[in-house]
Design a binder for this molecule. Sequence first.
Ligand code: 0WD
Length: 253
Amino acid sequence: MIMEGKKGLIIGVANNRSIAYGIAKACKNQGADLILTYQNDKLKTRVEKVAKELDVKNIYPLDVSKPEEITALKEAIEKDYGKIDFLVHSVAFAPRVALDGKFINTTKEAFNIAMEISVFSLIEVVQKLEPVLNDGASILTLTYLGSQRYIPHYNVMGVAKAALEASVRYLAVDLGEREIRINALSAGPIKTLAASGIGDFSEILKYNEKNSPLRKNVTIEEVGNSAMYLLSDLSSGVTAEVHYVDSGYNIMG
Ligand code: 0WD
């Protein structure tokens, strides 16, 4: 059991199609003790269901745009668990209008929201939760190839993911002092709630399936297993990395 004895917080489960759910399940199957959060009351029942299935004792409210909720979460973890060994940030958001049409029309408001929820949230969560992370802990965030290349409709989210990947590199140096690692997992396209906001998403899925070396799309189980490797001691020499789990699509010209 690779995750036996490890406690971890997973942020970003919206339902049982979420990438974060795939990661939670993989970690649970290998013996991890999990803590989950829910963004708001609307999503609470779904997260409760997942918590029951994965034998999770506590779920906590966390809207990453509310600093007081991040602080409250840190205090709750400290009280209920002491320290934790891994942390998953699987959260992103941009206003729907910004994920269709032309990038050139991005408004300052959409830009700021995308950067706040999808990038700054990682920095703030790590900043505020660092005291409850054990030395040698592992942090993982989720990114997408749209950070490196033009992907139709991904627009402002591509810019946000580029900033997210750069943030991982800068955080890695600060956290490395305590042997805490941080990596990004770049997943291929998967049909989730968040993905449904991206224009022509089903076309992207079909194109990737046809054109990736493995000729298939990845599943949340595959992403979950690779994520578990990055969260476990098996990857103790890996930090500041962007790891592609995309059927190899990123190498195609
Ligand atoms: O193809 C995909 N689905 C890919 C997703 C390919 C590559 C990367 N990713 C990334 C996303 O950009 C995101 O960072 O994976 C991460 C997880 O996304 P997901 O699993 O595709 O989507 P979903 O199941 O919707 O989970 C994302 C959740 C939100 O769901 P909705 O759809 O309701 O926004 O992020 C959470 C929320 O639960 N979230 C927040 N959590 C706390 N505070 C906030 C917030 N303010 N905003 C969104």
